[in-house]
Design a protein around this ligand. Structure first.
Ligand code: RP5
Length: 168
């Protein structure tokens, strides 16, 4: 099946966070699929998934991994399609290790790295959609609607705030 975004993660344990990527893509109407594959534990399978994804028309890859997080870098080494890396918490530095492993790519093989954890998982979906929206105005409209909803939620939250002595 042809999907626009392929989500890969290094362990089934990563799904609790990476499902936020799927939920956000669903909310934006972007087609996606997800697989567990590891740069270390299943390197050949990882390359096969990238090759098959490219052949099937995947436009953007999103890779979530924790600890020595090399999945996004290995995927980026095998494609010139955009790769977004989501560093995941856990490990000795609770995500800082994965952040540095994901972001510190050598010149020539970029990985667009987002924040550690759930915020990053959501932002990865938004960034992928922004990339797709360059050639799809309906996606631009959906992204702008989501930004408007987000701004309205902040104003609503401010309205619920009760601050003693603020004089308002
Ligand atoms: C990474 O190692 C995975 O992405 C995961 O975040 C971490 C630990 O994997 P498990 O031992 O929980 O399977 O490759």
């Amino acid at each position: 099946m042809s999907v626009a975004v392929l989500v890969l993660m290094g362990s089934h344990n990563d799904w609790e966070i990476m499902q936020e990527t799927g939920k956000t893509l669903d909310a934006l109407g972007v087609s996606w699929d997800a697989h567990v594959t590891s740069a270390h534990r299943s390197p050949e399978r990882t390359v096969e998934l990238v090759r098959k994804g490219e052949a099937d028309g995947v436009r953007v890859f999103i890779c979530g991994a924790g600890m020595a997080a090399h999945l996004a870098g290995v995927v980026a080494a095998h494609t010139v399609r955009p790769v977004i890396g989501v560093p995941l918490p856990g490990g000795v530095a609770d995500g800082l290790d994965a952040l540095l492993s994901t972001v510190q790519m050598p010149a020539g093989v970029p990985v667009a790295t987002v924040a550690v954890g759930k915020s990053g998982a959501r932002n990865a979906a938004l960034l992928a959609t922004e990339i797709l929206a360059v050639s799809d105005s309906s996606l631009t409209a959906r992204l702008m609607a989501l930004r408007a909803e987000s701004a309205a939620a902040i104003a609503e939250a401010d309205g619920r705030l009760t601050v003693q002595g603020a004089g308002r």
